[in-house]
Design a protein around this ligand. Structure first.
Ligand SMILES: [Zn+2]
Length: 285
């Protein structure tokens, strides 16, 4: 009898502890999804051997996350210089032919922040999925922030394999080596409370990472970035433009396993349909 009561007490205490730690994860974290305009590209860049020759327009997802300990960005979109029809002036004809950026100045991350009531200098942390042109394009707008990147990605960005060079635009980040980089080697819990966890999803590039965000009401969001461009990749179509196909497919599986275990959602980087279904006039909390 006494043993039973003790057991029940212990179970109750553990339950309380779990609830307390969950609340700590999700406390007052808010997330907005925004887009750095559109990219017009051949569908085959996203889904290998599927839809080759078909031009599609896709969003360039970025995220603004307010946490009690800071204002965090996940990715920064296309460089400000490609705005308002000036793509070729900055990226050059070849890149703009492949990824025609349709971005107005108002869609650049600094103006997106302003629409939400923040200034670029309020940003404490910029987390990068990877250093491709549509993700790390605006690092120089945040010289005072802490920049959170996988170490392998930094190595790849500064000296990419020849076949990867086009998508790494060196002038986006030339001169930033003395910035405050938090160089990661695998998964990392950014504030130690489980609310924002960088997940190793290498494959698209050597140091690609996704971001797991735990929100009080919305639950777990897995911001896949280019580990999963679209729903088709999640369903098994091999992603185009990938450094290592086998690792890409393993990373897709990894995100799906975590999603299922946590009953969360996977948000893609370049899926017009899913992006359109999300709310953009309010924060997710
Ligand atoms: Zn991308």
């Amino acid at each position: 009898m006494i043993l039973k009561r003790l057991r029940r007490l212990a179970a109750g205490a553990i339950g309380l502890l779990c609830a307390a730690s969950f609340n700590a994860h999700a406390q007052d974290v808010r997330l907005w999804q925004v887009s750095s305009g559109l990219l017009e590209l051949d569908k085959g860049w996203l889904t290998a051997m599927s839809g080759v020759g078909t031009k599609i327009k896709v969003p360039v997802a970025m995220y603004v996350i307010k946490h009690p300990r800071g204002l965090v960005l996940f990715d920064t979109g296309n460089n400000v210089a490609v705005s308002d029809g000036k793509c070729a002036n900055y990226w050059g004809e070849g890149l703009c032919g492949a990824f025609n950026a349709q971005q107005t100045r108002d869609e650049v991350i600094d103006r997106q922040l302003a629409k939400l009531g923040f200034r670029p200098e309020d940003v404490t942390h910029v987390v990068y999925s990877h250093f491709h042109l549509d993700h790390a394009g605006n690092i120089k707008l945040f010289p005072k922030a802490k920049h959170v990147v996988q170490k392998e990605e930094l190595r790849a960005a500064w000296w990419p394999e020849k076949f990867q060079r086009a998508a790494y635009v060196l002038k986006d980040y030339e001169g930033t080596r003395d910035y405050d980089f938090l160089q990661l080697n695998g998964d990392f819990d950014l504030f130690g409370d489980g609310s924002l966890v960088a997940l190793d999803t290498k494959g698209h590039t050597q140091g690609h990472q996704s971001l797991q965000v735990t929100l009080k009401n919305t639950g777990v969001l897995l911001l896949a970035a280019d580990a999963i461009y679209t729903a088709e990749n999640e369903a098994g179509v091999i992603p185009g433009i990938t450094w290592n196909t086998n690792l890409s497919m393993q990373s897709i599986d990894r995100l799906k396993q975590i999603r299922d275990a946590k009953r969360g959602q996977i948000w893609y980087s370049h899926d017009a349909k899913q992006f359109g279904e999300h709310a953009h006039d309010r924060a997710y909390d």
